[in-house]
Design a binder for this molecule. Structure first.
Ligand code: GLN
Length: 307
């Protein structure tokens, strides 16, 4: 398959969607992003990354970071993580608080905001917030093979200032005794992980191990155990897009994770990864042109976990 032609063709396929959807505005620093940006990157087993459009430009990865933080938490605490957070789709928006009261402060899954905050608490464990942030940043740099990956301090600060809802979620969870560490420390990890900036190219490369049972196919690093990589993919398929997860699985048929920065990471098990970026979102916070691009890509390639 000519992967360069594929990404070029898909970019043309979705040109009509460029600029559609709403750029996330509840985090003021994200509002400033040009809604017409559109990037696509496909990473293959040999580490080659095929790019089209704005695929080299760093964007705020936002909730896509939750996938990698989950990996770190499972590495730290193993299955005891599931005493603190569930594994079921929420059917609710990413920042919803409604289920937390009925379910006694145990978030439905690690990919909604409340669950990701609990994940941060488990990565921090008995260390400091800064150590947890260094750990995720080092992880992303190593996996991307690029030491220039960084946190956008402006976005992190903006998230903190506008973080009333995330603060509410975190204090609510803490009231049920489900956070070990001080709430503001845990939140400071969460805000900074969401503010990591990466390009489609860097992110596609970084996630490659998830397509190969936890092993980086280029460096041969055993990043995580195979059962863990498979389970992270299962959670992405069932919970990766909040109340839009069923629709995404139906249309695209691959594990994926969206972020309100407009990025979507998708894993094609045994083949590689696809990352798209376009800041205009649908009502569930999934990139509109990005999801359309992924739909065109699976139409053209036949990629699916259901073959
Ligand atoms: N930082 C964002 C928030 O907490 C992440 C949400 C997202 O990307 N869906 O609201």
């Amino acid at each position: 398959m000519d992967l360069q032609k594929l990404v070029d063709d898909v970019l043309k396929d979705v040109e009509v969607y460029r600029g559609h959807g709403e750029v996330a505005s509840y985090i003021p620093a994200l509002k400033a992003v040009d809604p017409r940006k559109l990037g696509i990157a496909v990473a293959a087993e040999d580490g080659s990354v095929y790019c089209a459009g704005d695929a080299e430009e760093p964007f705020s990865i936002q909730s896509i970071s939750k996938v990698f933080m989950l990996n770190l938490a499972l590495d730290h605490v193993g299955a005891t993580l599931w005493n603190h957070v569930g594994r079921e789709p929420s059917g609710s928006p990413f920042n919803s608080i409604v289920q937390l009261e009925a379910e006694k402060g145990k978030p439905r899954n690690p990919l909604i905001n409340a669950g990701a905050i609990v994940v941060c608490d488990n990565v921090m464990n008995h260390g400091t917030a800064d150590e947890a942030v260094s750990e995720i940043l080092d992880f992303m740099r190593e996996r991307a093979g690029d030491a220039s990956v960084a946190i956008d301090a402006n976005v992190a600060q903006s998230e903190n200032q506008a973080g009333f809802l995330n603060r509410s979620l975190a204090y609510f969870v803490s009231a049920f005794g489900n956070l070990r560490n001080p709430v503001e420390d845990v939140l400071s990890i969460y805000f900074r992980q969401c503010a990591i900036a990466m390009s489609c190219r860097q992110l596609a490369r970084a996630a490659l191990y998830l397509a190969f049972d936890g092993n980086d196919p280029v460096t041969r690093d055993a990043v995580t155990i195979s059962s863990r990589a498979r389970r992270i993919n299962a959670l992405m398929l069932t919970c990766g897009h909040y109340d839009n997860s069923g629709d995404f699985a139906y249309r695209i048929g691959l594990p994926g994770k969206s972020g309100v920065g407009g990025g979507i990471l998708t894993v094609v098990p045994g083949f590689g990864t696809v990352v798209v970026w376009s800041p205009g979102l649908n009502s569930a916070g999934t990139s509109l042109a990005g999801a359309a691009a992924l739909e065109k890509m699976v139409e053209r390639t036949g990629w699916s976990v259901f073959v």
